[in-house]
Design a protein around this ligand. Structure first.
Ligand SMILES: [Mn+2]
Length: 312
């Protein structure tokens, strides 16, 4: 069994502006900005429903704070409240994850997962290898200073203590010298510093031993896949990817991807098949050489604009 543990708190425009400002200061997000105005309960709902498709009756947990409104969710989940401030969003997330990890005595494997992810496969194979903490890394050179993604941890149920030991160390590094990044990015800086950038760079396999803790490295290419940031990419099923990450402003595509590819797996109804087919045709997926399909493909740019308008 797997328990999917995600994180969300309500934030405001002030937090979004501060995080955007921090991003500009470290040379990221030149044209982009942090947004807190997505329909997060909608995204959390889709995350859990995607997990249910491949892991029926999986555990579903949200780490949050008392003030956050999660009433919009349609699935059952367990709520855990912690002290989480928006000024120290990522630092407090790591603390909450540690507290949850320490309190969880279940025999369920854990997947700590971002709210803007969709599960696209059964993940049991991830837990067949022997390790204490599974992390995903992105080989993109733009991320060479923070190659480990903070949004996804795999923790086998019988290795929670040693995963805890590693994350506790990361948390101490975060508190100690990364306080400028308490709101954002600090978790990812702390993760690579805990591993050691040199150990990571010079590794000879995808398994590292950090002070007795076995760390397994999974490529983001399959396990934490960021789809191309364009609406037409939603036409592609990306069947070989285990987990999607609609990070940044890709979030606007997450409901459309759900409707196009995953909803028909959840509910085999005429409506879900109709919507899926309609979207795939509109997005130019059809390989048909029929005059109708060619006509629709020719109109793609205009229809793409229409879909853009729909998804903000
Ligand atoms: Mn994310």
């Amino acid at each position: 069994m797997i328990t999917f543990v995600t994180f969300h708190i309500d934030t405001n425009r002030d937090t979004a502006n501060k995080i955007t400002h921090l991003g500009r200061k470290i040379g990221r997000w030149k044209h982009d900005r942090f947004r807190n105005d997505y329909n997060y309960t909608g995204l959390l709902d889709l995350l859990f429903r995607s997990a249910e498709i491949f892991h029926p009756n999986c555990g579903k947990v949200i780490l949050t704070n008392e003030q956050t409104d999660l009433s919009g969710l349609t699935v059952d989940f367990a709520r855990y409240n912690y002290e989480i401030a928006s000024d120290s969003l990522m630092r407090d997330r790591l603390s909450a994850q540690l507290d949850y990890l320490a309190s969880d005595r279940s025999t369920s494997n854990l997947v700590f997962v971002d709210s803007d992810m969709l599960i696209n496969q059964n993940l049991d194979v991830i837990f067949e290898a022997q390790y204490s903490l599974g992390l995903t890394y992105d080989p993109n050179p733009n991320l060479s200073d923070m190659p480990i993604n903070g949004g996804l941890f795999f923790i086998p149920f019988d290795r929670k203590d040693s995963a805890y030991a590693f994350l506790k160390k990361a948390s101490a590094i975060y508190d100690g010298k990364l306080s400028n990044f308490a709101a954002w990015w600090g978790d990812q800086y702390a993760l690579i510093q805990t591993i050691g950038p040199a150990s990571f760079q010079n590794r000879s396999s995808e398994q590292l031993n950090q002070d007795g803790v076995e760390i397994a490295l999974f490529s983001c290419e399959y396990y934490n896949f960021k789809p191309p940031n364009h609406v037409t990419a939603v036409a592609v099923r990306f069947r070989d990817k285990a987990i999607f990450h609609f990070n940044g402003n890709r979030k606007r595509f997450m409901p459309l991807f759900w409707e196009t590819h995953l909803a028909p797996k959840e509910q085999q109804t005429l409506t879900s098949y109709y919507r899926s087919t309609r979207n795939r045709v509109l997005l130019g997926f059809s390989k048909s050489h029929s005059a109708t399909a060619a006509f629709l493909r020719d109109k793609l740019s205009r229809i793409g604009g229409f879909l853009h308008a729909l998804i903000r």
